[in-house]
Design a binder for this molecule. Structure first.
Ligand code: P6P
Length: 351
């Protein structure tokens, strides 16, 4: 029987993971991978909070495959994440927003998990000390990917192709997903398929302490989180959906937009409402990446009783065809995402 916890028995991420392992919800290998991810997030939290002191704000002077100016902390956070995953010895392939292609990890000797991540999402906010976050998702190796690519493809290219095929899995295959938000407090949010749990970093002793169990997104809430600066580039149905939110009934919806997916999603997870990053006339598939932004967040939203959609289908059902593929994202309270799909999302709009 589970021993009765005294009020001094603090549940940490470490003890929670061991409980999950004992309950058979995750295996020992996945426990190691998740511990290594939490270690990376603690290191990134420290770097972010001291960025302007240690001259780590500003640009790296390079552009990533997304065509975005890399911040110094983008590069460092990517190295921190990759190194923690390598030293876990249980990671077979890593796919990062900051890497052009997935990277096979030689140091893997068991477990062989696939980890997709955005090491520092919203990094353009760093210089203004606005919240940012790391987002991750974990998959089993994809056995079909061992299919032979024929001898017309060089061994190296075969290896690369296998990595890409192995990583390109639908969100329904996710074993675990989560994020760490670097804000007024550092909050690690995780699901291993049995609900969403939230841990707050206690700087007194550098441990993530369990602060919320089985988080549930409110079924509806009059909060919408869109970058309305793009309004003129949206299609007419979406414009009408947004216009209708502003009709006092009796009060209009509140607009909340941080410009950092992790911050905007975390508020939506706790308060309800809808976050949206639509396609528009300039970005035919929107801005957010399916593999390491939309799918992990949609997994969490569904685990919390919410919804993640591209406007007309579940994000988790979308089969990625390439690593950095973008999709429109509408995520949050069930009633709010349903309303969006019924008024603005019915059919994919070709611009
Ligand atoms: P915009 C940050 O660059 C990001 O990827 C997400 O974190 C954020 O939600 C979105 O882009 C903000 O984009 O176009 O509104 O500045």
């Amino acid at each position: 029987a589970t021993p009765k916890r005294s009020k001094y028995d603090i549940v940490t991420l470490t003890s929670w993971l061991l409980d999950q392992e004992k309950s058979g919800n995750i295996d020992a290998e996945l426990t190691v991978v998740l511990s290594s991810i939490s270690m990376a997030c603690k290191q990134i939290a420290s770097l972010v909070q001291r960025a302007s002191i240690s001259n780590l704000t500003g640009g790296q002077g390079a552009v990533n495959i997304q065509g975005e100016d890399q911040k110094k902390l983008d590069v460092i956070s990517n190295e921190v994440f990759s190194s923690c995953l390598r030293s876990s010895g249980r990671t077979g392939i890593i796919a990062s927003e900051e890497e052009d292609v997935p990277v096979a990890v030689e140091e893997s000797y068991s477990g062989n998990y696939i980890v997709v991540f955005d090491p520092l999402d919203g990094s353009s906010n760093i210089d203004a000390a606005v919240s940012t976050g790391s987002i991750f998702g974990i998959y089993h190796p994809n056995d079909e990917c061992l299919a032979d690519f024929g001898d017309d493809v060089s061994a190296l290219d075969q290896e690369k192709q296998k990595c890409i095929v192995s990583v390109c899995q639908p969100g329904t295959n996710l074993l675990a997903a989560g994020y760490c938000m670097y804000s007024s407090s550092v909050i690690f949010v995780l699901s291993v398929g049995k609900g969403v749990y939230s841990f707050t970093l206690d700087p007194m002793y550098g441990e993530f302490v369990l602060t919320q169990e089985k988080v549930q997104i409110p079924k509806s809430r009059k909060i919408y989180s869109f970058n309305e600066g793009n309004y003129q580039m949206w299609d007419d149905k979406l414009k009408k959906y947004i216009d209708d939110l502003k009709i006092p009934d009796p009060k209009p919806y509140s607009a909340r937009y941080i410009g950092s997916l992790v911050g905007d999603f975390h508020r939506t997870l706790l308060y309800g409402g809808i976050y949206g990053y639509p396609r528009d006339s300039m970005s035919k598939n929107g801005k957010l990446r399916l593999l390491y932004e939309c799918a992990p967040m949609s997994y969490l939203a569904e685990q919390a009783g919410g919804k993640g959609s591209d406007g007309h289908q579940r994000v988790l059902d979308i089969q990625p065809t390439e690593i950095h593929q973008r999709v429109p994202l509408y995520i949050g309270s069930v009633d709010e995402v349903d309303k969006l799909e019924n008024t603005a999302g019915a059919t994919p709009i070709a611009f």
